[in-house]
Structure formats: structure tokens, C-alpha cells
Write a protein that binds this ligand. Structure first.
Ligand SMILES: Nc1ncnc2c1ncn2[C@@H]1O[C@H](COP(=O)(O)OP(=O)(O)O)[C@@H](O)[C@H]1O
Ligand SMILES: N[C@@H](CCOP(=O)(O)O)C(=O)O
Length: 320
């Protein structure tokens, strides 16, 4: 279970007393996520989620809270931090930065289908348009500099063919992006896997977990979404019906420029590489701790997706 920082009953009571949330009724650690500690919290006024940030220090968190506040202001169902009795939205709890947000209705999808892919494509395009005028521009903490550093640091742990694949893909992307530094950017989610959405029946009820948000290429974010929502995880291959539904809905809301069409195959590959690498890093970091290792996502899934996109990367537009 991904509860890295445990909260006792008295910790939680003290926390709740600092908000206008009535009395504590119950709380329970949330399994599922791997980055932060999350608790479901029930009080006499409703249901909430407490998040303790495990990867960021206090001063790094406001950017992410600002992104969510911006999108909420524009009408998206996203988890904005609640304000406490001191007028603050961010505090430290047991040494970690912490927030409380509303708990949204709905549940995680067990798997994606054509309908959910269509809804995601439409919502993602609207998110990208809404993020264009967000004034804070933060680079990704798992962006170009990170994948250079991490691929170097981890290469000796890999099979020679894996290390060669990583290096060749990074070099190919570097060469492409050096010639295309004006590719459209916006505020992106950066980790919009289907387990970061909630659905009520056939309705997308919320988008959560904005802690990989950054200012980056819209096509990179779209590729992150496509690789997770539209891939067969056992082979890495794209499900063409889901893929077409997601792209058609996205492009209906937001036109792609010719440069974005050209960038698309590179983005599919580098987006796969980014998650292969973060999973490899987490896997190797946890390998001496069986409990933590058991919580990690399988790196091989994204190696297979990358290999599949190297074999065949579809174009953005003629697929419709
Ligand atoms: N605001 C929320 N409303 C409802 N469920 C939530 C909310 N925030 C998190 N969850 C649940 O907790 C799980 C883990 O949260 P997530 O933010 O993905 O964790 P992590 O930051 O570790 O990736 C989600 O998959 C979802 O089921
Ligand atoms: N989506 C990433 C992992 C991000 O962490 P999570 O806590 O949202 O699962 C992946 O699948 O590698």
C-alpha cells in the first residue's frame, strides 16, 4: 500500500481541527498510487482526500496547486486544495508538505474502451487550450535533462540491448527537437494515465494527480495519454479503434499544426521512454525492499510500448 508517511488518529484529528470540516469520522490509507501518500478522510461535513507529498519539498508544491486552481477556475473537475482556518492551502504534516482536497465521486476504470478514449481525447484538448494562458512556466522534473541523467545513471543495470535502445531513442529525439524548438507548448498534465481519471458510468467525473504538470509540448502529453489509454499492455501495440477515437476527439477540439504532425512519431517514442525510465529507476531504487518493490509498476510494459512504436509509429492525421 502506498502510504509512506503514516498518520495516527491524533495526527488526523489535529489536521481536521485546522479546517472548516467538522469532526473526524474515519480515515483510511489509499493503495494504488506510487508517488505520494494519500488518505481518504470522512468528516461530519463530507469526504475528502489528504495528500502528503513524498517527492517535493514545501516550496515546490505551490506551482502544482496553482495549475489545478487555474483549471478549476476554467470549469474542470480537478482537486483544488482546500483553505484552512489560517487562510493557508499548504502545510507540513509529519515532515511532509500536505493538502486536503475534495473527494470526487466515481471510480477508476478497470480498463479503457472506445467511449472512454473519446471522452479523454476531448477533455485533453480542452485542458491544453485552458492551460495556454497559465502564466507560470515550469520545466518538467522528468523532462529532457532528467532522462539524460537517469539513462546514464541506470545504464549499467540494464542489458546491453536495453541500454542501446534508450541511448538511440534519446539521441534521435534530441536531434529532432533541436530543429523544432518552436513546437507548440502549453501547461500539460504529464501523467494522465487512466488511473488518474475518475468515471461515473460513461461520464468523466474528474482528472486528478497533477504532480507531473509542467510547461511542455502538447503532443508529448497527447502521446503519454495515447500510450497508456490505447495500448495493449502485453504486446505494446496500439488498439486502432481506441487510438482513432481518442485522436479524432482531440483534433475535433484542437487543431494540430504541421510541425505537430511531423513531431508525432517522435513524441510517441519519447513518451514511452519517459515512463519506461521512471519505472526502471523506481524498480532499481526499490529492489532491496520487497514491500516497496511490490508496489512498483512493471517497466517492461513501457519497454514493449517503445519497441512497438519503433517498429511502427502511426501518423497523427491520416489515421482518422
Ligand atoms: N480527489 C480524489 N477524489 C477521489 N479519489 C481520489 C482523489 N485523489 C486520489 N484519489 C484516489 O486515490 C488514488 C491514488 O491517488 P493518486 O493521486 O493517483 O496517487 P499518487 O500521487 O501516489 O499517484 C487514485 O487512483 C484515486 O483512486
Ligand atoms: N503513471 C506512472 C506512475 C505515476 O504514479 P501513480 O502514483 O500515478 O501510479 C506509471 O504508470 O509509471
Amino acid at each position: 500500500m502506498a502510504v509512506y508517511t503514516s498518520l495516527s488518529d491524533s495526527d488526523m484529528r489535529a489536521l481536521v481541527a485546522d479546517y472548516y470540516l467538522g469532526e473526524l469520522v474515519s480515515f483510511q490509507g489509499i493503495s494504488g498510487g506510487v508517488e505520494n501518500t494519500n488518505y481518504f478522510l470522512t468528516t461530519t461535513t463530507g469526504k475528502y482526500v489528504v495528500t502528503l507529498f513524498e517527492e517535493f519539498e514545501l516550496e515546490e508544491v505551490p506551482y502544482f496547486l496553482d495549475v489545478v486552481a487555474h483549471l478549476k477556475h476554467k470549469g474542470f473537475n480537478v482537486p483544488a486544495a482546500l483553505i484552512d482556518i489560517h487562510g493557508e492551502r499548504l502545510r507540513e504534516v509529519n515532515g511532509r508538505p500536505a493538502i486536503i482536497v475534495d473527494c470526487f465521486p466515481g471510480g477508476e476504470l478497470k480498463s479503457t474502451d472506445v467511449t472512454s478514449c473519446r471522452l479523454m481525447g476531448e477533455a485533453l484538448a480542452k485542458l491544453h487550450i485552458a492551460g495556454e494562458d497559465f502564466p507560470e512556466h515550469r520545466d518538467s522534473h522528468r523532462g529532457v535533462a532528467w532522462w539524460h541523467k537517469t539513462s546514464q545513471a541506470i545504464k549499467d543495470e540494464l542489458e546491453p540491448a536495453q541500454a542501446a535502445l534508450l541511448q538511440s531513442q534519446i539521441a534521435e529525439f534530441d536531434a529532432f527537437i533541436a530543429e523544432h524548438d518552436d513546437l507548440p507548448k502549453t501547461t500539460i498534465h504529464g501523467d494522465l494515465f487512466y488511473n488518474n481519471t475518475l468515471f461515473e458510468g460513461n461520464k468523466l467525473s474528474a482528472i486528478i494527480d497533477f504532480y507531473n504538470a509542467c510547461h511542455s509540448w502538447a503532443m508529448y502529453d497527447l502521446a503519454i495519454v495515447v500510450n497508456d489509454w490505447c495500448s495493449d499492455m502485453s504486446s505494446g501495440e496500439l488498439d486502432q479503434a481506441k487510438y482513432r477515437a481518442l485522436l479524432k476527439a482531440y483534433l475535433h477540439e484542437r487543431d494540430a499544426t504541421p510541425e505537430e504532425v511531423e513531431a508525432w512519431p517522435y513524441m510517441l517514442r519519447i513518451a514511452a521512454l519517459r515512463f519506461w525510465l521512471s519505472r526502471l529507476e523506481a524498480w532499481h531504487g526499490a529492489k532491496h525492499d520487497p514491500e516497496r518493490l511490490a508496489q512498483q509498476h512493471d517497466p517492461l510494459e513501457f519497454q514493449r510500448i517503445l519497441e512497438a512504436r519503433v517498429r511502427f509509429a502511426p501518423s497523427l492525421v491520416p489515421s482518422l
